[in-house]
Design a protein around this ligand. Structure first.
Ligand SMILES: [Zn+2]
Length: 290
């Protein structure tokens, strides 16, 4: 197996890794970077009218033959770990015939963003294949097994990737944590991890950051409950990413405990609406009360 890390070392944005074995080539994530490979700042809104060939010249896209629109497709698939733009933000340039392997929840969140953003920032996935926790599938000479992980990006996956001819195994963590409401996914994984890994590619976004104000989502919940208890006002404003389902659950729980009414904006309401078929993955919400 040949591993080419196009971007993702020494930076936390714009992850892109290519794997090759025999004739099979796959890509792990293709995120929007803050800066091009030559260090120039990347302005997302200025990219939209450009061709892949132009952006390769400007070092925003990598010269990966057979990946882009306008080229003869030679890449067998791209795996998207989750719905944060630093992991999928350059998919618009992909050749539309190349399959994109992504979880159902992540695909829905990628699409729902298009409803609320300007056309210039829309990202559409033409040829999606839905992946599920521990349901293995083959892409040419690779066998891929997704593992659901705890992350602020809903329905995020790690990938175990095996080179079929030799049995060599690579594990790609994607973004993960052990502090959300789905921490049990991390604990279960650690108790019984896949065996015989030859190469581990692990995200380390927080490795150099010292602890934040709250250790985990339970601590955030206590903090929000305290704020609700202490306030003398009738309205308390809360802010979070509309796709951060765990944080919305936290606000929901705090409001319930305080017997307060939680009002959400139309964007969060739409996010919850599109995820209603995934409700088994968000057990903390009483969906009938929403
Ligand atoms: Zn992420």
């Amino acid at each position: 197996m040949r591993i080419i890390i196009h971007r993702g070392t020494h930076q936390i944005d714009g992850t892109c890794v290519e794997l090759r074995v025999g004739e099979t080539r796959i890509i792990l994530d293709y995120g929007m970077p803050l800066a091009a490979s030559d260090g120039k700042e990347v302005n997302e809104s200025s990219l939209q009218d450009r061709t892949a060939a132009e952006l390769i010249k400007e070092h925003v896209l990598f010269d990966i033959p057979g990946l882009y629109n306008g080229q003869e497709p030679q890449v067998s698939g791209i795996l998207i770990s989750h719905s944060h733009k630093d992991h999928y933000g350059l998919l618009n340039y992909l050749h539309p015939d190349i399959p994109v392997y992504v979880s159902e929840g992540a695909l829905k969140l990628i699409h729902v963003l298009n409803v609320f953003t300007h056309k210039r920032s829309h990202i559409s996935i033409q040829n999606p294949y839905i992946v599920k926790h521990k349901a293995s599938f083959d892409i040419g000479d690779f066998r891929v097994t997704p593992y659901l992980v705890d992350h602020s990006g809903f329905d995020a996956m790690s990938f175990l990737i095996e080179e079929k001819p030799t049995g060599k195994r690579l594990f790609y963590s994607g973004d993960f944590r052990a502090s959300g409401w789905r921490r049990s996914l991390f604990d279960r994984f650690i108790k019984n991890p896949p065996k015989g890994i030859n190469c581990l590619l692990m995200e380390g976004t927080m490795i150099e950051r010292q602890g934040g104000a709250y250790e985990d989502e339970s601590a955030v919940l206590s903090g929000v409950e305290d704020a609700l208890k202490k306030t003398e006002k009738n309205v308390v404003l809360a802010y979070c990413s509309g796709q951060n389902i765990d944080r919305i659950v936290t606000f929901y729980k705090a409001a319930r405990h305080a017997k307060a009414l939680l009002i959400i904006d139309p964007y969060i309401a739409t996010v919850l609406h599109v995820l209603k078929n995934e409700r088994n993955k968000i057990p903390q919400l009483d969906w009938d009360s929403i």
